[in-house]
Write a protein of this length. Sequence first.
Length: 250
Amino acid sequence: MMMCWAAARMPMEFSAHDPDPRAPAYRCAKKAEDLLRAVDEADYVTYEFENIDEAVADYARRQRKLRPHIDYLKLKKNRIAERETLQSLGVPVPRWTVARNPAEALAATEKFGRAVAKWPAGGYDGKGQYLLPWETPEGGPLLVEEHVDLRREFSMVAVRGEDGDVYFYPPAENYYVDGIWSGTTRRLRRPPRRIDTSRRSSGGVNTWGSSPSSSLRIGRAASSSMRLCRVSTTQATGRWRPTPPSLKTT
């Protein structure tokens, strides 16, 4: 829905797919009844959440319409692979390990003290997460990382065009009530020191900056308009430009 609002003054048409008939995206986007046909009619397809139908995303990839590339969707679907990638880029992360079962996850608290066990895939908004040692996790393998007491949380959206141009939107501070997000503001106090991990993470990976949520958008452009369709629930875009050989689109 946020993408629809941002593009309201542009000659663009949006279609969206979300299994929830009350999804906010339907307030400003046409409902895509036939996903494959919607992809066929679209100019570009994007996603806002990792827990979507990968087959539809791959169909869009084969038509060279998917942004970001499907490799990033697959990466977001696995928290363990995600941590490994962040570490390889030099982005600071809490100490973590992989537990094969709940018993190993609980044993990790001997090293970390308080810790959080997470399902590698399928969890979102606190789902599939367990605070150790007070809660007993389910399933396996599990990502186990030390608990971090956060005083302030900042978000920064970074986007990169297909020509390699990178743009960073102003940082914003997020606020929570009882662990649930309640709002975001850009009127924030200056952090105690410069934070450049966003630049490292976006520069080290061929990605179009975007943030996960839960939809697939599909869009199409006529001579004076564009249709964008989103599959599953929320993401950001940059400028659409010709693709240089160095960036993946297939």
